[in-house]
Design a protein around this ligand. Structure first.
Ligand SMILES: Cc1cc2nc3c(=O)[nH]c(=O)nc-3n(C[C@H](O)[C@H](O)[C@H](O)COP(=O)(O)O)c2cc1C
Length: 163
């Protein structure tokens, strides 16, 4: 079972959470890769070119991670996800980061939007989470999110072994 963590991060917040997750999953003995979507963006933020488009075909489980931009999913990750041909037979976990301290300030909406795109591609959503960068419980919440993903993936692995 191969796990791919696919990240689009501009200022490193989402990447830092994804890197912790990567280390934890590796320590648990998983086959895991962390791969980045990369884009060139001009000062006019909605003008961009995606220069690195990770191929997710080889992964059984994918964690998509990105961030909120103007109360929506940032346009780079949105375009990247929309361009994926299919997510059929993939178990998917989605998490996003946002600066504002509460999930109702764009986070919930962004998460829903991201999940919708994955579901349109026939992906099987197994979980999701939001990290609010300015929330005073950020570290605990990051820890909880990583724990949740690690234990959920452990469950899937055990299930696969039995069948
Ligand atoms: C253009 C722009 C718009 C943003 N809009 C929002 C927003 O609507 N709500 C929010 O909570 N954070 C917003 N943010 C903050 C980012 O979501 C937050 O800093 C995130 O953790 C950045 O992730 P990264 O460091 O992985 O790039 C915005 C950031 C940028 C650059």
């Amino acid at each position: 079972m191969k796990i791919g963590i696919v990240v689009y991060s501009q200022t490193g917040n989402t990447l830092s959470v994804a890197s912790k997750l990567y280390e934890e999953l590796k320590q648990e003995g998983n086959k895991v890769s962390l791969i980045r979507v990369e884009a060139k963006r001009s000062i006019k933020q909605n003008v961009f070119e995606i220069i690195k488009t990770p191929n997710v075909e080889e992964y059984d489980i994918i964690v998509f991670a990105s961030f909120v931009e103007a109360f929506r999913l940032n346009p780079v990750m949105k375009k990247y996800l929309e361009n994926i041909e299919t997510l059929k037979n993939k178990n998917i976990f989605v998490f996003i980061t946002q600066m504002l301290p509460y999930t109702w300030l764009g986070g919930n909406q962004t998460l829903k939007q991201t999940i919708n795109i994955c579901e349109q591609k026939e992906g099987n959503i197994i979980g999701s989470g939001i990290i609010n960068w300015k929330n005073k419980l950020r570290d605990e919440k990051t820890h909880d999110l990583i724990d949740k993903i690690v234990s959920q993936l452990k469950g899937i692995k055990q299930h696969e072994k039995k069948h």
